[in-house]
Each structure stands twice: as structure tokens, then as C-alpha cells.
Design a protein around this ligand. Structure first.
Ligand code: CA
Length: 224
């Protein structure tokens, strides 16, 4: 059965969606906040996400970005925001489709069918384990010797990029562009500073790293 995660803080809409999706053969799980959506998606990955943008706490666009760190699950935005810039922002963040409220049920069902056809295999939230530390990409958690390691957002972004591609050389340019933006593509010293910090937090012997390896002058590689 296709599992749909509905993220909607308006109880009436959430309830109506849940009932209608079930009637049409979907398994529907509803949550009312972005934080709840991330938890639910990590615990039981859905096949499709239907996401409201205006949520209490974490905004819907932030939810899209967080999901896209580890999953390609189809995301259909269901929002009262009609402006083109809102649509562009959500699509750029990684949404696949955008339906504006008020919406017709038939239209939403058609979009769900299209998403299910394109659908990918339900991904398991990736956890990477090394001899020294583990990284939970969905929960954004790094554990070393049984303790949570506190990383800054920049350190996390670098680590997540490397860990998602184990054994692959990631160039300095790619890291700088992804983490800081295209204007910083040549600031290799930023990377040296942050990689040193990451190694101090994660490596047994930071001056002789086993997992966060440097390819001199080219980039970095994560070896599990
Ligand atoms: Ca809302």
C-alpha cells in the first residue's frame, strides 16, 4: 500500500485528507508540525509526502530541505501561498509538485497517482558507522563513544556531504559551493579550518585521520 505522510496543521483539512486518502486505497499518516514530519519520515519512511508550508514551528520549506538531505521521496506541497516566488522557493528546495489551496480532491488524487508512478523505492534513513563514530543523516546526529557530538551547522553540512558519498573524492570546489555558496568556490582555507575542527571532534588521531581524508590540493574523502 502506498504510504502518504500528510503534514498539515489545520485539523479539519488533515482529517478530511486522511479519510479521503484511505477511501482511495492509500495508507495515510498525519502529523501537524514540521518537526513531527521529520520524526515520522525517519521512523517509517513514506512513499509520498503531502506538505503544508505554513506550519507552527519549522516552516514547510525547511522541512523540504531537511528531507532532501537523505531522501528522494516525492514531496507534493499543499499550500495557501499562491505567489510565484513561494512556489519557486519550494520547488528549488526540492519539492516535486505544488497544489494551491483551496484544492479539489480529484486534482490532488491525480497528483498523488503521478507521484506514485514516478515514485522511488522507500529509502531507509541512512546511518553510517565507522569504528570511531556513527552518523545518522536523518536525525542529524553524530555519536562517538556513546555520546552525542555537538557540531556547528557548517561542520554538519561538510560532514553530511562527505558521508553521503562514502569512498568518493569530493572536490574542494564542490564542498565550498554546496556549503558556503558559489561565491566561495575558491576559499580552500575555510575548508582546512573546518576539516581540522571536524577531525578534532571525530578522529582518534586528528593529525593522522582515518575517516576524513585529504587528497592534497583536490578535495576530501570519507572512508568508513
Ligand atoms: Ca497551515
Amino acid at each position: 500500500m502506498t504510504r502518504v505522510l500528510v503534514v498539515e496543521d489545520e485539523a479539519q483539512i488533515a482529517r478530511a485528507l486522511q479519510i479521503n486518502l484511505r477511501v482511495h486505497g492509500y495508507e495515510a499518516v498525519t502529523v501537524s508540525s514540521g518537526e513531527g514530519a521529520l520524526e515520522s519520515a525517519a521512523a517509517t519512511p513514506p512513499d509520498i509526502v503531502v506538505l503544508d508550508l505554513g506550519l507552527p514551528g519549522m516552516d514547510g520549506v525547511a522541512v523540504i530541505r531537511r528531507l532532501r538531505e537523505w531522501t528522494t521521496v516525492p514531496i507534493i506541497v499543499l499550500s495557501a501561498r499562491h505567489a510565484a516566488e513561494d512556489k519557486v522557493e519550494a520547488l528549488d528546495a526540492g519539492a516535486d509538485d505544488y497544489v494551491t489551496k483551496p484544492f479539489g480532491l480529484e486534482e490532488l488524487l491525480a497528483r498523488l497517482r503521478a507521484a506514485a508512478r514516478r515514485g522511488t523505492v522507500r529509502p531507509e534513513p541512512p546511518r553510517v558507522q565507522t569504528a570511531e563514530f556513527s552518523v545518522d543523516l536523518a536525525a542529524r546526529r553524530v555519536v562517538r563513544d556513546g555520546k552525542n557530538v555537538r557540531l556547528t551547522p557548517t561542520e554538519w553540512s561538510i560532514l553530511a556531504l562527505l558521508v553521503r558519498q562514502p569512498g568518493t573524492l569530493v572536490t574542494q570546489r564542490e564542498l565550498l559551493t554546496q556549503v558556503w555558496g558559489p561565491a566561495y568556490a575558491k576559499e580552500a582555507q575555510y575548508l582546512r579550518v573546518y576539516m581540522a575542527q571536524l577531525r578534532r571532534k571525530l578522529e582518534r588521531d586528528p593529525s593522522n585521520p582515518r575517516h576524513l581524508r585529504t587528497e592534497a590540493g583536490i578535495g576530501y574523502r570519507f572512508d568508513p
